[in-house]
Design a protein around this ligand. Structure first.
Ligand code: URA
Length: 288
């Protein structure tokens, strides 16, 4: 255990550099904290009256000086959200439905405090590309690069996605890209069902406002969440589905996630098949 109180400024900076170099990117407390108990308490005991908005909880700094004799207590954790899960979901639906434009939707989402992912993320990652695009792609959630830069798919998976799009004559001026959660899940974990449910009304409204002809769902999380499916991505991929939204039917195609393709390059053959299917459908629709 490092005695943080014994560190001078230079030592603290060296320690931070060391943490960064070995890939530490999520701060944890010194003693375990039972977050399952916390979320159970939150979800099972809706508060009778919604309290005022809470200030965003930020992780405590790594080198916070600690009084030498202080007892070891869990890092104080603010409740993830002031509202119960059901109240927060209802509020998400209301906020999303009231947005008449993508700019308004972005503002509403930025102001929405119901999803705890916002607390650990650096910023909102709303979308990239052209809002008038005929093709909309939806991924899982921002990673470290996206969280830093504020745009979806800008890291290694994003670079592969750009190559995949280029292979069928598309680029970011011709597609619109978003994620099922707009805040980075800590440590790139998969978003929880509660987090997905809270963000879904915003994603649905985003699809409605973009009103693309084609929806490409990248990976299991995006495909299952948007299509309300339980099947795995290996069964879903390559099969067109109808997505009903705002009185319009959008053709939706689940595909393998580019991050998965980086880990399993042999699966690129399947991805190429799906891209060709998308290109064929686009050509057939004649709007490109
Ligand atoms: N993976 C995703 O699903 N979305 C991003 O924005 C980046 C990586």
């Amino acid at each position: 255990m490092i005695d943080l109180t014994a560190l001078d400024r230079e030592g603290a900076a060296a320690l931070l550099r060391f943490y960064r170099d070995i890939g530490v990117e999520t701060l944890v407390a010194e003693s375990p904290f039972d977050r399952f108990a916390q979320s159970q308490a939150e979800f099972s005991q809706p508060k009778p009256t919604p309290p005022p908005q809470v200030e965003r909880a930020r992780p405590a700094p790594v080198v916070a000086p600690k009084p030498p004799a202080a007892p070891r207590t869990p890092m104080p954790v603010k409740p993830a959200a002031a509202l119960s899960h059901d109240a927060a979901t209802a509020s998400a639906r209301e906020q999303a439905a009231s947005a008449q434009t993508l700019d308004e939707l972005r503002e509403r989402l930025a102001a929405f405090d119901g999803c705890a992912l916002k607390n650990s993320a650096t910023q909102l990652v709303f979308a990239d590309g052209a809002p008038e695009a005929r093709v909309m792609l939806i991924g899982e959630g921002p990673g470290a690069d996206e969280d830093r830069i504020g745009r979806p798919f800008v890291g290694r998976a994003g670079q592969l996605l750009d190559k995949m799009l280029a292979a069928i004559g598309l680029d970011r001026t011709k597609v619109y890209i978003a994620n099922v959660v707009p805040w980075r899940p800590p440590g790139n974990r998969t978003p929880t069902p509660q987090e997905l449910a809270l963000c879904l009304p915003f994603v649905r409204r985003q699809i409605e406002l973009v009103a693309p002809d084609f929806l490409v769902l990248l990976g299991a999380c995006a495909a299952q969440t948007v299509l309300d499916e339980k099947e795995g991505i290996m069964r879903l991929r390559g099969h067109w589905r109808d997505y009903a939204c705002g009185g319009k039917t959008i053709r939706a195609l689940p595909m393998l996630h580019p991050a998965y393709l980086l880990r399993a390059p042999l699966k690129k053959a399947e991805a190429w098949r799906d891209l060709r299917a998308l290109k064929k459908a686009m050509d057939h629709a004649g709007s490109f």
